[in-house]
Design a protein around this ligand. Structure first.
Ligand code: GUN
Ligand code: ZN
Length: 430
């Protein structure tokens, strides 16, 4: 029974999606709650009184007023961009050419890749993030580095080799054949190993030839249980460029669709400037759209239509898009999602923001039965928040009359100082 742990604090979990159910019906909040973990799995959640009485053998971690929830799930990131986050003054294509591609070229050095992978996962854990879906670089070593670093931490992770065979500098291009072969080998090596999942990863249509997209579509058809991650309709210049590169395509989405890269398990980052046909097709196949609000404001991309897309029934996750995004923190990302929502005319409720960063992203990654919630049978990936982490937050939260008023100042003003603890697979991270 050594491996029975009981965490005490305020607890927040979801029994429904707060975009489609009333907030009170969607959320379960305990002022004095408890989470029981046995061998890395949550085996009970409820009032502390009952769980403490029923589990005298458990090792107790009492977080007092700390808020215990599922850990954050970052559904779209680029770990190789860790060291160039917050690079000034460029929009998407210039930003890629000026900052991103030169940095990604360095990942042919496996020692450098290992160093950044480890740095990145330390930063994400310090920010309460327990799962990421990350792009790597074209170098297989960059994929091995991230999966290895995640395995050391026992983290559930999604990652894949970023494929590019045109419009990228020397040293940062593969071919249709090597993209297929390397991806297939990495997939065989990592997919389903421990908590790892492989995602087939064409960077975006402008950096892949039709031959490469076709090869990756073939690979996906051979491994339909894998996810496929890419970018879609982030900036208007980019969309114009795609139209020039693929003159026969009906729209940007069609450049993926015609090569077998649209389907369930597709993760489309950004998805801001969508046509009606693109919306309809994405909804029909139930692909996931990943909202990257700090990136969309930082690179000047545009405003994601959360309200309209949620109302239409799209599967939507939330993400930092590190390092186009300006923060590793999913709290900062929730704040940006709130601000973008306001600019689009909708005030997202704190429950909706929090759901997006946990259960919503898990649903986007098709892992909603494993992670993203505090519920029996779920893997014990948790974050404990200090809802009084700075003087500014303390004085505002002092006026709170319910959990949402207590939580919202931390969502809007919080960062890694608000993270008291991060638990991954039932183990507290140091
Ligand atoms: N589109 C293609 N590659 C990237 C990238 O690395 N970051 C962002 N934000 N958009 C992209
Ligand atoms: Zn991205």
């Amino acid at each position: 029974m050594e491996n029975t742990k009981l965490l005490l604090g305020q607890t927040l979990s979801f029994q429904n999606d707060p975009f489609h159910a009333a907030i009170d019906e969607a959320c379960i909040f305990e002022r004095r709650g408890a989470v029981l973990i046995e061998n890395g799995i949550i085996t009970d959640v409820g009032p502390a009184d009952r769980l403490v009485g029923a589990n005298p053998q458990a090792q107790i971690s009492d977080y007092g007023d700390g808020l215990i929830t599922a850990g954050f799930i970052d559904a779209h990131a680029h770990y190789p961009q860790t060291a160039i986050i917050a690079s000034w003054g460029k929009r998407l294509i210039d930003w890629l050419n000026t900052y991103t591609f030169p940095e990604e070229t360095r990942f042919d050095d496996s020692a450098y890749a290992a160093d950044i992978a480890s740095r990145y996962l330390d930063l994400t854990a310090a920010n309460g993030t327990t799962t990421v879906a990350s792009f790597c670089t074209i170098h297989p070593a960059s994929v091995d580095a991230l999966f290895s670093a995640a395995a050391t931490r026992d983290m559930r992770i999604v990652a894949g080799k970023t494929c590019m065979d045109r419009n990228a500098p020397d040293g940062l291009r593969d071919t249709a054949k090597t993209a297929y072969d390397d991806s297939a080998a990495l997939l065989t090596k990592w997919h389903g190993r421990g908590r790892a999942s492989y995602a087939i990863t064409p960077r975006f249509s402008p950096t892949s030839t039709p031959e490469q997209l076709e090869a990756l579509g073939t690979l996906w058809a051979e491994h339909p249980d894998c996810l496929m991650q890419t970018h879609l309709s982030e900036q208007l210049d980019e969309i114009e460029w795609v139209a020039q590169l693929f003159p026969a395509a009906r729209d940007y989405l069609d450049t993926y669709e015609q090569f077998g890269l649209l389907g369930q398990g597709g993760l489309f980052g950004h998805a801001i400037h969508l046509t009606d046909r693109e919306r309809d097709r994405l909804r029909e196949v139930d692909a996931a759209l990943i909202h990257c609000p700090t990136s969309n404001t930082f690179i000047g991309s545009g405003l994601f239509d959360m309200n309209g897309l949620m109302a239409a029934g799209h599967r939507i996750g939330l993400a930092t898009d590190t390092g186009g995004g300006s923060s590793f923190s999913m709290l900062r990302t929730m704040a940006a999602a709130y601000e973008v929502g306001q600019l689009k005319g909708t005030a997202l409720h704190p429950a909706q923001l929090y759901w997006l960063a946990t259960a919503g992203s898990a649903r986007a990654l098709r892992m909603q039965d494993k992670i993203g919630n505090l519920a029996v049978g779920y893997e014990a990936d948790l974050v404990v928040l200090n809802l009084a982490s700075t003087p500014a937050i303390i004085q505002r939260a002092a006026r709170a009359e319910d959990i949402w008023q207590s939580l919202f100042p931390t969502i809007m003003m919080g960062d890694d100082r608000a993270i008291t603890a991060t638990w991954i697979n039932g183990t507290k991270q140091s």
